[in-house]
Design a protein around this ligand. Structure first.
Ligand code: SF4
Length: 259
């Protein structure tokens, strides 16, 4: 049974949530906060993926702010089509009104960081630095029994995972495992050693390095095996992490506590 790489991160959050989502195929009703999170994720991800396209259009860094703003308008038009399934049933207009202010301030941050990059490195080098070799690259391996979609692949070969949520002090373990799994998949596919990847935090426009250490690789394989057991129907105990706050924030709570 093929394990999706995102399942490794879900397992790190809660093994029981993997069972409810992947084995029982439950789709809980979204809370307003979760709906905001999904819409915000889609917008931020698009803003990240489109940065190289914008840089290609400018002659001077002063043009970035306006171009980003107009790209934001294009993203709003595109959202209902490109994220049709993920955003199904969400009242987009209302949520956009609620998150517009914070997205606008992030656009300001993207604009000023890109402008600094262009000033320091010149347009051509800046373009090279932000242009991915591939985006949303689907990959799978029978040998690793893993499948997934890599957000960005940069050259020299390294995976980048875009994270649009709140930023912690360091990279969460679930995100590190996800990134490492993508690195292992790319290594196998392109027969090239990969030593590192990056988690991109869109809210602060920062990329953090993750080293693909032996310990982390073992953790990926170990977690993959545990997820495989869950996908075979092995129900984890309730609140296996012992963290009630996680349960309070979990969209499966209602169903989970009655099983
Ligand atoms: S409610 Fe708690 S135990 Fe149940 S899936 Fe969510 S986090 Fe896990």
């Amino acid at each position: 049974m093929m394990v999706n790489v995102s399942g490794l991160r879900d397992f790190e959050f809660c093994p029981r949530a993997v069972y409810l989502k992947e084995f029982l195929k439950l789709t809980p009703e979204l809370s307003p906060q979760q709906a905001r999170g999904l819409v915000g994720h889609a917008i931020r991800k698009e803003l990240s993926l489109r940065q190289s396209k914008l840089l290609k259009k400018i002659k001077h860094e002063d043009q970035l702010g306006l171009l980003l703003q107009s790209e934001f308008d294009c993203i709003l038009d595109d959202l209902p089509y490109i994220y049709k399934e993920k955003l199904a049933g969400i009242e987009l207009g209302k949520i956009l009104g609620e998150i517009e202010e914070e997205i606008n301030s992030e656009i300001g941050l993207i604009s000023s960081k890109l402008a600094v990059l262009v000033k320091e490195q010149g347009l051509q080098q800046a373009l090279k630095a932000v242009t991915p070799w591939k985006t949303e690259y689907p990959i799978r391996s029978e040998a690793l029994n893993l499948t997934g979609i890599v957000d960005k692949i940069m050259q020299p070969l390294s995976p980048v995972e875009i994270k649009t949520g709140k930023v912690g002090e360091s990279v969460w373990e679930g995100d590190r495992m996800q990134l490492c799994a993508y690195g292992m998949l790319l290594e196998e596919k392109f027969q090239q050693e990969i030593l590192q990847g990056f988690v991109e935090y869109t809210r602060v426009q920062e990329q953090r390095q993750v080293l693909l250490t032996e310990r982390l690789r073992r953790r990926v394989l170990d977690t993959r095996d545990k997820v495989t057991e869950i996908l075979s129907g092995n129900l984890p105990e309730i609140c296996p992490h012992g963290n009630g706050k996680k349960c309070d924030a979990c969209s499966f709570k209602k169903e989970c506590y009655t099983i």
